[in-house]
Design a protein around this ligand. Structure first.
Ligand SMILES: NC(=O)c1ccc[n+]([C@@H]2O[C@H](COP(=O)([O-])OP(=O)(O)OC[C@H]3O[C@@H](n4cnc5c(N)ncnc54)[C@H](OP(=O)(O)O)[C@@H]3O)[C@@H](O)[C@H]2O)c1
Length: 321
């Protein structure tokens, strides 16, 4: 089954293409170096977020890469970022991603969720200022964010709607080319789209997706709506690459388990954004074209689905009101 290099995103302007292979920087130990290496190797889609604390490193990498490659322009690179549910620039927030793993110096716990902080960035005004902080963090050379997502469905329907209306302002001002959501269920999307003030379509739902967590109903819902599914943790964070079926299929095609899992994702019609800080793996993870998995091998891997229980991350879209 052929896989195209990009999918078309829903929008109110000209069609916008999202490259089907992206590069994630969540938990990257050096996002600047990794993003720069990935761009140099040929990745053209980067996935960052406020909560990763590396929007700046990612933006600087893009600017440096373009400066070193004058034949390319900003429109050759696709950048996605995400609004976190609280304002991480407030005093008392963790200063780095790593510091989130330890208690604050004065004890207690970091207030990095709306529930803990008692307020959310998912209001119209805060979404505008939050988006603006993302764009500014990336630096002047970036200019606009191709795709901007609401990172999660918390804290509830009213907040999701208000934040979307704020992001629509950014879209209408040309500061982002497409809007989307992450970790949202079909119910969350339906509720949002039912409001007559929502004019900009949901272009993307970024969800956990790999052979062991396929979220099939949600993926089918998105397909019917024309919403592109971006598969995060497409390698299940590297935890299942010794799976017997995947290893057998990899041996059959003289490919690696990671390549088989990523190619399986692509043939299922989703976009993949694998993360690695290792250049050898970056090359490995992009060698996904010019070969394909046959139907019987696709079916063997599809049979590995464990439902939402097979996820490696915290998000079950249906768990949130
Ligand atoms: N929207 C959300 O809520 C959300 C949640 C999670 C992730 N994401 C996005 O999705 C991206 C990818 O997800 P992820 O980082 O969670 O997990 P992932 O891409 O499935 O896996 C990354 C892990 O696999 C290892 N790895 C990468 N390539 C490999 C290969 N060829 N062979 C063996 N191991 C390999 C990496 O280690 P090394 O780095 O040591 O190579 C890393 O430990 C993130 O970076 C982020 O942009 C979004």
């Amino acid at each position: 089954m052929p896989v195209s290099n990009s999918h078309t995103l829903l929008g109110t302007d000209l069609p916008l293409e999202i490259p089907t292979l992206g590069f994630g920087v969540f938990q990257s130990t050096n996002a600047h170096a990794s993003a720069l290496s990935a761009l140099s190797l040929g990745y053209r889609h980067l996935d960052t977020a406020q909560i990763y604390y590396n929007e700046s490193a990612t933006g600087v990498a893009v600017t440096e890469f373009l400066a070193a490659n004058p034949s390319l322009s900003r429109s050759d690179i696709f950048i996605c970022s995400k609004l976190w549910e609280v304002d991480l620039s407030l005093p008392g927030m963790p200063p780095t991603f790593e510091s989130m793993g330890h208690p604050p110096p004065d004890g207690g716990e970091w207030k990095t969720t709306a529930e803990k902080l008692g307020e959310t960035q998912y209001t119209t005004a805060s979404a505008v200022s939050g988006f603006t902080r993302s764009l500014e963090a990336m630096g002047e050379g970036v200019g606009y964010i191709d795709l901007y997502l609401l990172h999660n469905p918390r804290p509830g329907p009213q907040a999701r709607l208000e934040a979307w209306l704020g992001l629509q302002e950014m879209y209408n001002a040309g500061k982002t080319k497409a809007l989307g959501v992450s970790n949202w269920s079909a119910k969350h999307i339906e509720e949002l789209l039912a409001d007559e003030r929502v004019k900009v379509p949901v272009a993307v739902n970024q969800i956990e997706f790999h052979p062991w967590c396929q979220q099939r109903e949600l993926v089918e819902y998105c397909r019917q709506k024309g919403i592109v599914v971006v598969a995060y943790s497409p390698l299940a964070q590297g935890t299942r690459l010794k799976d017997t079926v995947v290893v057998e299929v990899a041996e059959k095609y003289s490919r690696t388990p990671a390549q088989v899992v990523l190619r399986w994702c692509l043939q299922r019609g989703v976009v993949v954004i694998p993360k690695t800080d290792n250049e050898v793996r970056m090359r490995e993870n992009m060698d996904l074209w010019g070969w394909e998995l046959q139907e019987d091998d696709m079916a063997r891997i599809t049979a590995l689905d464990e439902g939402i229980g097979g996820r490696v991350g915290e998000w079950d879209p249906d768990a949130w009101p």
